[in-house]
Write a protein that binds this ligand. Structure first.
Ligand code: ZN
Length: 473
């Protein structure tokens, strides 16, 4: 399985959480089924350039100048931050994490093959892929559904594109302007590779000419993945991927996430609550659970309300699970009257877990079934249903299946959650008390709560809309 990794020119944001959590579950599920999975996820540390300027700009080089760092210093900083954040999300590391800069030789090799086959051409030290020629023989657009004739018509004619034969052609290699720091020698002069060729080179190097699964966000469908197919098809004479999987996008309060909307929330902001759109911080497990509660191909709208609901739901689920996990089930259980109806219900719900996952990884349906089990577990806990009324085998199966699914497949962690949630619950109580004091104009109590929390390292902030948020000092 190959998944397009992060471009480490900046911090990962909420939008990045979805693909890496989604494919983490895919990775975990295949391992549960007994497959040996080689999971390759790259690090884009060069070449993801924006072609809109007169001279194409490398995102990394541009940001390095801005932050006054060596490009490799910048790359290391954001790679470390990426690893830290996804460790918080309990994502397993991939089997191989290749970098674009570590595979320049392979990328140049592929570009040479493409030129030799007649589908690449050089202009002023840059090399472009001839999309129009490719489309004469192959189906450019077979993945994204784009129609080549429409593309030729409608693609914007941008500055600096006069080198290309057609507007749809994409860069395989870009000549580096004199001031460009990240540059490598190539048969076409000093330059840096295109973004699409990086994934083609690394996926075929580690997974072969054709491999099973290629994943990524829907935003990568075109032109990135469509171009990967074209490049690999020319070099390897076979379509590279058996199954493409794309996760849908995350919206924020119904709006697309983007710099222009001022609603890009980075992962550290999310974990600390330090963003104007956040009422407070959210734990990595809450976010992971929130993402898995929706099928990966559906859109997912992010809001404080939805996250707080997810947090409550997860707490209910994990509380029930924690109790069940600790339950000692004896062998000698006296076979009292078995509650056959309940027994069958539990068995049915559990057996559907695999079915749902086998049907395009429906984590949402698995979680829905778990929420049907929660009241059953709670009834066992408060003894309104007697443990003895269920066969030992069913209790064991429920224990085992929930452990495998919650911990091993969905990757939800117990400990982190308990700590985070306890603190959130305590803060909710204090905020409510303070609000009540203020309503009664009891300023002394209100101030006392705020000041003493500040002493303990918790800062309360009054919001304009009358709400209250908090952060840790
Ligand atoms: Zn990619």
């Amino acid at each position: 399985m190959y998944v397009c990794g992060p471009t480490v020119s900046g911090e990962s944001h909420l939008g990045h959480a979805r693909p890496y959590i989604t494919f983490d579950v895919v990775y975990r599920y295949f391992q549960y089924l007994g497959y040996k999975v080689r999971y390759v996820r790259n690090i884009t540390d060069a070449g993801h350039f924006e072609e809109e300027g007169r001279a194409a700009e490398d995102k990394i080089a541009k940001k390095a100048v801005l932050e006054q760092l060596e490009p490799m210093e910048l790359v290391q900083k954001y790679t470390n931050l990426f690893h830290w954040a996804f460790d918080q999300f309990n994502c397993l590391p991939p089997s191989i994490e290749p970098t674009a800069t570590g595979h320049i030789v392979e990328q140049i090799g592929m570009i040479e093959e493409i030129i030799k086959a007649g589908y690449g051409y050089e202009v002023n030290g840059s090399v472009y892929f001839d999309v129009k020629k490719y489309a004469e023989k192959y189906d450019y657009g077979k993945l994204s559904g784009r129609v080549i004739d429409d593309l030729l018509e409608t693609t914007r004619n941008l500055d600096g594109q006069e080198e290309k034969k057609n507007k749809t052609d994409f860069a395989l290699w870009k000549a580096a302007p004199a001031e460009h720091i990240m540059r490598w020698k190539s048969p076409w002069g000093e330059g840096f590779p295109g973004w699409h060729i990086e994934c083609s080179a690394m996926s075929s190097k580690y997974l072969g000419k054709q491999f099973d699964i290629h994943g990524g966000g829907m935003d990568l469908l075109f032109p990135h993945h469509e171009s990967e197919i074209a490049q690999s098809t020319i070099c390897n004479h076979i379509s590279p991927v058996r199954y493409w999987m794309h996760n849908n996008m995350i919206t924020i309060n119904g709006k697309k996430m983007g710099k222009s909307y001022n609603n890009v929330i980075t992962l550290t902001e999310l974990f600390s609550g330090n963003h104007p759109l956040l009422e407070r911080k959210y734990s990595p497990m809450t976010i992971r659970f929130f993402i898995l509660q929706t099928h990966y191909r559906s859109t997912l709208d992010f809001s404080n309300e939805a996250l707080q609901a997810a947090e409550k739901g997860l707490r209910r689920l994990m509380d029930a699970y924690e109790w069940l996990k600790q339950l000692a089930i004896g062998n000698e259980q006296s076979p009292a009257k078995t509650n056959t109806e309940l027994d069958e219900k539990i068995q049915g719900l559990l057996s559907e877990f695999d079915e749902f996952m086998n049907d395009d990884f429906s984590t949402a349906k698995v979680l829905a079934n778990m929420f049907e089990l929660v009241p059953v577990i709670n009834s066992l806990k408060d003894k309104s249903i007697l443990i003895e009324s269920l066969p030992v085998g069913t209790l064991r199966l429920m224990q085992e299946k929930l452990k495998i699914y919650l911990e091993d497949i969905l990757g939800l962690k117990l400990e982190t959650l308990a700590e985070e949630d306890k603190l959130n619950a305590v803060m909710e109580v204090l905020i409510t008390l303070r609000k009540e004091a203020r309503t009664k104009k009891d300023w002394a109590t209100s101030d006392k709560i705020r000041n003493q929390l500040a002493e303990a390292g918790v800062l309360l902030k009054d919001e304009k809309d009358g709400g209250m948020s908090w952060t840790l000092k």
